[in-house]
Design a protein around this ligand. Structure first.
Ligand code: AP5
Length: 214
């Protein structure tokens, strides 16, 4: 079974690559960011609890995340594999994955400097219902301001405004970056395979490196 984690800082291109890998391998992308944003959009109990956390750039608690993931991977489309986009993102979540026997066999770590991240975030436009993301300069939609597949309007995410991006980067460096060493050490024990990819390349170049690894 193909089971992946896409690791990396906010704006590194995880969501962009996750869509390409998911289409290529026919496995679902599981993005906790998309799941949480859709809970907020539908004004569910969960959405109301997490809305301020998302907008402030902080992380939602590990127990909410593990519950979302356990529910999601038990759905029938995950039987032949899945791709985690942006989860786990704390050592606590990674350990909960192990305790809950959530299978992962490959980890793809996309790296990018903070300066470029800020540039990418400021030009990002987002289709909230599908999680598809675009960039006004680097990855524009076919028609300005509209999603390629549905023609619906694109938005700028509230957490992409500069002050929140700064907060998200701090959170990434303190809480998520340690996962790189965590999974490298699992790879050296032969438990998973791990690849590091330079995110400062075009979307096609990053995908082609990932494809040769797959
Ligand atoms: P989430 O939605 O997961 O955000 P993130 O990890 O911060 O990642 P992003 O979606 O911002 O970036 P990305 O790497 O997917 O980049 P993209 O492909 O869009 O999480 C949001 C929030 O939810 C968190 O802050 C937290 O509050 C909460 N949350 C989610 N999961 C959680 C968890 N597990 N635990 C706790 N809390 C959680 O690309 C960025 C831009 O660059 C786009 O405009 C794109 O078009 C462009 N681009 C992409 N690739 C390239 C390229 N190669 N060259 C040029 N431009 C490119």
């Amino acid at each position: 079974m193909n089971t992946f984690i896409l690791l990396g800082p906010p704006g590194a291109g995880k969501g962009t690559q996750a869509d390409l890998i998911s289409a290529d391998l026919g496995i679902p992308k599981i993005s906790t960011g998309d799941m949480l944003r859709s809970a907020v959009a539908s004004k569910s109990d969960l959405g109301n609890r997490v809305e301020d956390i998302l907008n402030s750039g902080k992380l939602v608690s590990d127990d909410i995340i593990i519950e979302l993931i356990n529910d999601r991977i038990n759905q029938s489309d995950c039987k032949s594999g899945y791709l985690f986009d942006g989860v786990p993102r704390t050592l606590g979540q990674a350990n909960l994955f192990l305790q809950n026997d959530i299978e992962v066999n490959k980890v793809i770590d996309i790296s990018l400097d903070d300066e470029l991240i800020i540039k990418r975030m400021s030009g990002r436009r987002f289709h909230i219902a599908s999680g598809r993301s675009y960039h006004i300069e680097f990855n524009p939609p076919k028609a300005e301001g509209l999603d390629d597949e549905t023609g619906e309007p694109l938005i700028q995410r509230e957490d992409d405004f500069p002050e929140t991006v700064k907060k998200r980067l701090e959170v990434y460096h303190s809480q998520t970056k340690p996962l790189t060493d965590f999974y490298k050490s699992k790879a050296s024990e032969g438990i998973i395979s791990f690849i590091s990819i330079n995110g400062n390349q075009s979307v096609d170049e990053v995908f082609s490196e990932i494809k040769s690894y797959l």
